[in-house]
Design a protein around this ligand. Structure first.
Ligand code: NAD
Length: 560
């Protein structure tokens, strides 16, 4: 018997036995629980999944009520979740989503971190990040391919396709940042990562995302340099503030080949530790004097970006890794912060133009062997796609599972739905022991407006146009996703992004087949349309290859 009232050591049920009245509800329940599994989420006791304070539910009372609602939800009803709190169950229709989620949304003029903090304190809202409040976080494995593709593109542009004999210096070993060392390792490089929280370093060692931990900066740098010079692969976590590591490198005249950062600087009150503070001291200051905390964190962020600019000036390849650190520093007077390029325009946009993004699946059987069989299925279907073939082989070799076994793979329209339909057949004929969940990050091709990340520097200047993620969410409701979410502030922070998510389940039924075919094609296709509309040729040619399924009456600017 599963104890659904448990708040500690939560683990999603596995296997073919349902506890809910349909697999849509059951999958939502299991993925919510999986987000809060201590092997998956960063701080489940506080309901925090990843990304600063990205939470799965507003409070434990809200969590309990979500669970109870899902357990009794009928197959023609829909549960509404308002910023992590279940507010209504309403009669809809069988083909509708079973859950609709809106997190942290604020009207434009009020969309500031200060106002969000005030409302959060009053218990009226919740930060859902991207996949935390939408229940499709799968641990660091969810971001690992994006991190790998970013570093692989950089390596191809600058270093002949490999990081062998190269040193990558960065900070942050949290839920997403923890993928950095493993991605560098997949490219045969050396990674040196500053992290203020010893527990996070240990977590990455335990999950095989990091090779070694070193306490002293001098020793860590010495080991990194000797591995770089020997052309060996080594990933090192060093227990210190990012600024301490960067200051040491600058003083010693050591210039890394690549520098970046993945602290949760998008939320300076919670996600960034000010210079000179331990994690516990920072928690006390945050509690007692939040305004003083914010100012100290922002000053440290400004210093941090100045150091990255210094190393860039000395020849390091620098890039912003989607945490809005440039904007925070710019606001503190670092006027050249944007001399550091963003990673999406530099390395990822071509994938988005083809409708490719961090698509993922999780097997509800709980059996890792099924993931390996699905890898083989994907390779048999798309083995001629070099990106996918290379990735699936690497993933199998390097990526450890956390919680429910899952796989991420950058696939596009046509690929996502074809694959999922085959999987649905396997569920139907008993080749898989239980249904399979298909979802994605909100950080995808057509689902996000974020001018300092996914939509930075769009060709037509449409960076801040947020109609696209809204259309994406509505389209996924119309297409019959099992749950759909719309959030504000994920990735780059409050005021800086709007984004949508969807999850659809393959339970082997005809109903699932229809949903998967519509949702997984349309969801990625709207990303291609968005990029074609912005003028990207690769998107236009991708669109042309799907003419049978997408009609585009008017693409590009309408200045008539
Ligand atoms: P997290 O909150 O889980 O981890 C942040 C880590 O940074 C923590 O371990 C914290 O101790 C550490 N840290 C904070 N300040 C530090 C400092 N000054 N020096 C050294 N370490 C410090 O966050 P996460 O999920 O890892 O996300 C990190 C950032 O990346 C967020 O801003 C998030 O929005 C962004 N993000 C990027 C991508 C991407 O694909 N590039 C995807 C998702 C999120």
């Amino acid at each position: 018997m599963i104890d659904f009232s448990r708040h500690a050591d939560i683990q999603a049920p596995t296997g073919p036995q349902r506890h809910c009245r349909g697999w849509g509800q059951e999958a939502a329940l299991r993925m919510l629980m999986n987000n809060l599994d201590p092997r998956v989420g960063e701080n489940p006791d506080a309901l925090i999944v990843y990304g600063g304070r990205g939470r799965a539910a507003r409070s434990w009372a809200a969590y309990d009520q979500i669970v109870q609602s899902l357990l009794s939800l009928e197959n023609d009803e829909t549960l509404l979740v308002q910023s992590g709190k279940p507010v209504a169950v309403l009669k809809t229709q069988p083909a509708a989503p079973r859950v609709l989620i809106a997190n942290a949304n604020l009207v434009g003029k009020w969309a500031t971190l200060e106002e969000f903090n005030r409302l959060d304190q009053l218990g009226l809202t919740m930060f859902g990040q991207m996949t935390a409040g939408s229940w499709i976080y799968i641990g660091s494995q969810g971001v690992i391919q994006g991190t790998y593709e970013t570093l692989a593109a950089l390596a191809a542009q600058q270093f002949g396709g490999s990081l062998k004999g190269r040193l990558y210096v960065t900070a942050g070993l949290g839920g997403m940042g923890g993928a950095q060392p493993l991605a560098a390792k997949m490219l045969d490089g050396v990674a040196l990562v500053a992290e203020v929280d010893q527990r996070r370093i240990q977590r990455r060692l335990d999950s095989a995302y990091l090779d070694v931990a070193v306490e002293s900066i001098a020793q860590a740098v010495a080991r990194a340099l000797s591995a770089r010079n020997a052309g060996e692969t080594l990933t090192i976590g060093v227990h210190c503030h990012a600024n301490a590591l960067l200051e040491y490198l600058i003083a010693q005249n050591v210039t890394p080949d690549v520098v970046s950062d993945q602290t949760a600087a998008h939320d300076p009150l919670v996600g960034y530790i000010p210079d000179g503070y331990t994690v516990d001291e920072a928690a006390q200051l945050r509690q007692a004097h939040p305004e003083a905390y914010l100012q100290r964190a922002r000053n440290s962020i400004a210093e941090h970006v100045r150091h990255l600019l210094t190393l860039q000036g000395r020849g390091a390849q620098a890039f912003d890794y989607g945490n809005n650190i440039r904007r925070e520093a710019f606001d503190q007077g670092v006027t050249d912060a944007f001399a550091i390029p963003g990673y999406v325009p530099a390395y990822i946009r071509d994938l988005f133009s083809q409708g490719k993004g961090p698509f993922r699946w999780a097997v509800l059987s709980g059996n890792p062997e099924e993931i390996y069989r699905l890898d083989e299925l994907a390779l048999s279907l798309f083995g001629d796609n070099p990106l996918l073939a290379r990735w699936l082989r690497l993933a199998r070799r390097y990526v450890a599972f956390q919680g429910l076994p899952a796989r991420v793979a950058y696939m596009g329209p046509g690929e996502r739905d074809t694959f999922a339909l085959r999987v649905n057949e396997w569920v139907a004929n008993g080749s898989l022991a239980a249904p399979v969940v298909f979802g994605r990050d909100h950080h995808d091709t057509g689902s996000v407006a974020s001018p300092y990340r996914e939509t930075e520097n769009m060709r037509d200047g449409s960076d801040a146009i947020a109609d696209w993620p809204i259309l994406n969410a509505l389209l996924n409701v119309a297409s019959g996703a099992h749950w759909v979410s719309f959030h504000h502030g994920g990735g780059t922070g409050i005021g800086y992004s709007l984004h949508a998510g969807m999850v659809t389940v393959a339970d082997g039924s005809e109903d699932s087949a229809g949903r998967l075919s519509r949702v997984l094609f349309n969801d990625a296709a709207i990303g291609v349309v968005r990029h074609a509309d912005a003028g990207y040729d690769l998107a236009k040619s991708t669109l042309a290859s799907h003419r049978d399924r997408i009609a585009t009456p008017l693409i590009g600017p309408d200045r008539a």
